[in-house]
Design a protein around this ligand. Structure first.
Ligand SMILES: NC(=O)CC[C@H](N)C(=O)O
Length: 220
């Protein structure tokens, strides 16, 4: 008898960035998406997406809404997080060229360079072979995108462009310099949703039935 697939609750950091596109992509990949602006909303999520946008603004808003420390705590406790573009910057342990006062959530042992591929009018698309995503290349949309300058030993590079890593994974953390949420191809979100399901299953085993890390607060 087959076991029905669970529907994980996946939050989208919603203080800034292209939130709606991620909510839609997550819904089509079998997750229940919710917008996250407050720590109580984060507490009810099995995973989180940090969207594209502007990483300095995200950093400042996360601090002033009291989300930065809860985000760091959930990353430390193993919650899966996927960052696109500005979200990738938010997951980097270090930014090569931070703006003043810019902090990151961190978690991926990498150094990123902001706006590495140029300005808004130098935006481009490129077909990328992405490890872990079957069915042919993924169309990468790069908008004032960062690249990964260097990675630590625990970081797996899933795709590169022009010799620079643009998709990486470290444990339950996934980051892309490009924006799959803008293309209508939801295979990267499906990969992330599968990562969240797997993390939930091992959390449930460890806690004897309950999903670990999920508080009593309903985030919907
Ligand atoms: N499309 C994007 O998310 C751009 C990221 C932006 N350049 C930053 O530094 O945050």
């Amino acid at each position: 008898m087959s076991v029905p697939e669970t529907t994980p609750v996946i939050g989208v950091f919603a203080l800034q960035g292209d939130v709606r596109e991620h909510l839609a992509a997550l819904r089509s990949s079998g997750a229940e998406p919710v917008a996250v602006r407050r720590p109580g909303e984060l507490a009810g999520c099995d995973g989180l997406v940090i969207p594209g946008g502007e990483s300095t603004t995200m950093s400042k808003l996360a601090v002033s809404f009291g989300l930065m420390e809860p985000l760091r705590a959930r990353v430390r406790s193993g919650m899966p997080v996927y960052g696109t573009c500005a979200g990738m910057i938010m997951l980097a342990d270090k930014i090569l060229d931070p703006r003043s006062g810019q902090e990151t959530v961190g978690g991926i042992d990498m150094i990123v360079r902001r706006n590495a591929f140029g300005r808004q009018n130098e935006s481009f698309e490129a077909a990328l072979d992405l490890a872990g995503v079957p069915g042919g290349p993924v169309e990468g949309v790069f908008i004032r995108a960062p690249w990964v300058e260097s990675t630590g030993a625990g970081v797996e590079v899933l795709a590169s462009y022009d010799g620079h890593p643009v998709a990486v994974r470290q444990g339950s953390l996934l980051a892309t310099a490009f924006h799959p949420e803008l293309t209508g191809d939801h295979r990267v979100h499906a990969l992330f949703t599968a990562m969240v399901r797997t993390a939930g299953e091992s959390g449930r085993e460890a806690s004897g039935g309950r999903i670990s890390g999920v508080g009593s607060v309903d985030c919907r």
